[in-house]
Design a binder for this molecule. Structure first.
Ligand SMILES: NC(=O)c1ccc[n+]([C@@H]2O[C@H](COP(=O)([O-])OP(=O)(O)OC[C@H]3O[C@@H](n4cnc5c(N)ncnc54)[C@H](OP(=O)(O)O)[C@@H]3O)[C@@H](O)[C@H]2O)c1
Length: 414
């Protein structure tokens, strides 16, 4: 059934029938309806589900070819990789299903993008970097809500700061000012898998605790880490941990390292959620911290993990409704300080729920950006981050086609 054509596609979507894959495919289809010309195909393990997707989009096989490939079938996977310039994968948990695909892309010199936020797995995949450098494959993990807004937001702040004052910020904090959206079964399955692996392997716990886990040289200054409920000094608001900071901070620090630590050898970065400046804000911050702690403790142990999977969290394939995606959105503030005492604020906003409605569009634009805006003569093979691979080219696409805005802002009133 995997009769891939001899003329390569511009891109293939592997896992097209996943919860987020269907949103991604709708976005790509809408871009074609707007007149963008590209050749793509959808790939998954179930022909029936792929045909349902074709039907949902109102497209025939001519306009949108489908191919059946299982992640366990190495031969079919290799055929898929050779059939395209860019592979986009939403088949997760990536630690369970994604390794051979990354290895194949690195070996065959094909570009690869995904939505992984699984730090231990990404760290393992870095062992294929020499292959990717040799073949010219550009591998870019984390092309969704984690970690495009963080990674491109910090890059935008630093560029503005450089343009204004010819200096960079040595200290940056991301603050989540608004976030509305839910989780899908696929995301929860990936988080549970990381927690299980970390419980079983002490060296993984050490890796997860290292902010430089994804950097070529995994050492650096001690990064900020707030253990107790506290207020942000500049906004006066109570702050809670931001669940995605565990991956986002690692990606931002890798971006900094890949640019020769140009922002400062002592660059510091953290991410928090703002919960308000009154007593209700304090209660909310405390509740978020307690909920996160309970979730990660429960997911580490097999019996409580099974209870969570059975009764509490969404199942694979499930996620926020179309209305919830439509009503969702997010506002992120970034505050940077230079060594000379200047400070600058920027915001990144998105118009759909972060993890799905917005992520599907981000991943689609990132794939198009790699396929059409980044010739191999300009970007060599290797394991890049979204900002170091695509930077302002992607930012422009996100503003024009993905409902995102990057702006310099006034410091919020206290
Ligand atoms: N970074 C971010 O911001 C972000 C946001 C959202 C999701 N994610 C990540 O993206 C991934 C997908 O999330 P989701 O909610 O869309 O998950 P999902 O709905 O559970 O989808 C998982 C996909 O994997 C496919 N699959 C499973 N085993 C396979 C195999 N052996 N061969 C081929 N395909 C296989 C499934 O195929 P079927 O369709 O046939 O079941 C399905 O398409 C997860 O890892 C999640 O953590 C990240």
């Amino acid at each position: 059934m995997h009769n891939f054509p001899s003329t390569p596609y511009d891109l293939v979507v592997f896992g097209a029938t996943s919860f987020v894959g269907r949103i991604l495919c709708r976005h790509l289809w809408m871009r074609q309806m707007e007149g963008l010309d590209f050749r793509w195909a959808v790939v998954g393990r179930s022909l029936q589900r792929l045909e349902e997707l074709q039907e949902e989009l109102g497209l025939g096989t001519e306009a949108l070819p489908v191919h059946v490939v299982d992640a366990q079938d190495e031969e079919a996977m290799a055929a898929m990789v050779r059939s395209t310039r860019v592979v986009v994968s939403t088949v997760g948990p990536y630690a369970l299903y994604g390794s051979s695909l990354v290895a194949l892309c690195a070996r065959e010199g094909r570009d690869y993008l995904d939505l992984s936020g699984e730090v231990p797995w990404i760290a393992r995949m870095l062992s294929f970097e020499p292959l990717a450098k040799q073949s010219g494959a550009r591998i870019v993990h984390c092309c969704g809500f984690d970690s495009i807004p963080s990674d491109l937001g910090v890059q935008y702040l630093q560029q503005q700061c450089q343009d204004l004052w010819q200096e960079y910020c040595a200290r940056v904090r991301l603050m989540v000012a608004r976030i509305e959206g839910g989780f899908s079964g696929g995301t929860v399955a990936s988080m549970l898998n990381v927690a299980r692996e970390a419980w079983e392997q002490p060296e993984l716990r050490r890796l997860l605790a290292n902010p430089y886990a994804l950097c070529p040289d995994p050492v650096g200054p001690r990064q900020p880490h707030s253990a107790l409920v506290e207020r942000d000094t500049y906004t006066g608001q109570w702050i809670a941990p931001f669940v995605m900071s565990a991956i986002n901070t690692r990606v931002v620090l890798r971006s900094h390292a890949l640019q020769g630590k140009c922002w400062s050898e002592s660059f510091l970065y953290d991410e928090v959620m703002l919960t308000g400046d009154d007593w209700a804000g304090m209660v909310k911050a405390t509740a978020i911290r307690a909920a996160l702690l309970s979730f990660f403790s429960a997911s580490a142990l097999a019996p409580t993990r099974r209870l969570l999977e059975r009764f509490v969290v969404p199942k694979p394939g499930e996620g926020p409704s179309a209305q919830e995606q439509e009503d969702g959105g997010y506002v992120l503030w970034f505050r940077g300080h230079t060594k000379s005492g200047r400070s600058l604020w920027v915001s990144v906003e998105g118009d759909r729920d972060p993890g799905y409605g917005s992520t599907g569009k981000m991943l689609g634009e990132a794939a198009l950006c790699m396929a059409f805006d980044r010739p191999h003569a300009e970007l060599a093979g290797g394991f890049w981050t979204p900002s170091t691979a695509m930077g302002s080219l992607l930012r422009q696409r996100l503003q024009e086609h993905a409902g995102m805005q990057f702006k310099v802002m006034e410091a919020p009133a206290r």
